[in-house]
Design a protein around this ligand. Structure first.
Ligand code: PGA
Length: 251
């Protein structure tokens, strides 16, 4: 049985003060929730404060990006050991906003994925097609290529630690969610690609999140699909009550 995992991607939102207010609310709402893995991904500037605030709880911490090198002349970048030092156990990699605005390729995402796993962090590797690609019937080809290239060269034990997030680009921040059937179809495809890359036991244990306009009102139906193991939540993770309601939909 795969344990559902719901992660809040706060993107470029929340000062330290605002972050702490949000975390207090989330802690209150989710004090008893043990059935779902909960991960908060604040901006870098709030990671230390959020890390301290969730210490001793079952809520975990993730970053939204990182460099693949441990240190060096990479102005403006953050490395795996820097995040690990702050008890950051997850990292979102290859989010479509990084691919779109910062030109991240599958090759870059693959390097970062290897670096995360080498640092004992769990990568949340994002894949998903644009609206043009969906309308041109390229969804399967695009997603398959992203999965194969972003996860290339991982050993079995590393694949099992990896989380894949299927996020159709046209559904992110648009209010336009994939239907549960549309999402399930692509999740099943991702699982079959993972099976080809490894074996059935591995593909059965990798968790695949759905992301893109998930709200309290649609989460239960999405998370109820056989190959959807929770969600990566943007806008609705910025409010404690709505995030908590989404997490509870995974129970
Ligand atoms: P959204 O973002 O929930 O605001 O659509 C999801 C994401 O970008 O991870």
């Amino acid at each position: 049985m795969r344990k559902p995992i719901v992660a809040g991607n706060w993107k470029m939102n929340k000062t330290v003060e605002e972050a702490l207010l949000l975390v207090e609310g989330i802690k209150r709402e989710l004090a008893e929730c043990r059935e779902v893995d909960v991960v908060l991904c604040p901006p870098f500037t709030a990671i230390k404060a959020v890390s301290d605030a969730i210490s001793g709880t079952h809520i975990d911490l993730g970053a939204q990006n990182m460099h693949w090198e441990s240190s060096g002349a990479f102005t403006g970048e953050i490395s795996p050991p820097m995040l690990r030092e702050l008890f950051c156990h997850y990292v979102i990699l290859g989010h479509s906003e990084r691919r779109q605005h910062f030109h991240e390729t599958d090759e870059v995402v693959n390097r970062k994925t290897h670096a995360a796993l080498a640092a004992n962090m769990r990568p949340i590797v994002c894949v998903g097609e644009t609206l043009d690609q969906r309308e041109a019937d390229q969804t399967h080809a695009v997603v398959e290529t992203q999965v194969r290239q972003s996860l290339a060269g991982l050993e079995t034990r590393q694949l099992i630690e990896t989380i894949v997030a299927y996020e159709p680009v046209w559904a992110i921040g648009t209010g336009r969610t994939a239907t549960p059937e549309q999402a399930q179809e692509v999740h099943a495809l991702i699982r079959s690609v993972l099976r080809e890359m490894s074996d059935e036991a591995v593909s059965d244990s990798v968790r695949i999140q759905y992301g893109g306009s998930v709200k309290a009102s649609n989460a239960r139906e999405l998370f109820g699909q056989p190959d959807i193991d929770g969600g990566l939540i943007g806008g609705a993770s910025l409010d404690a009550a709505s995030f908590a309601a989404i997490v509870k939909s995974g129970m």
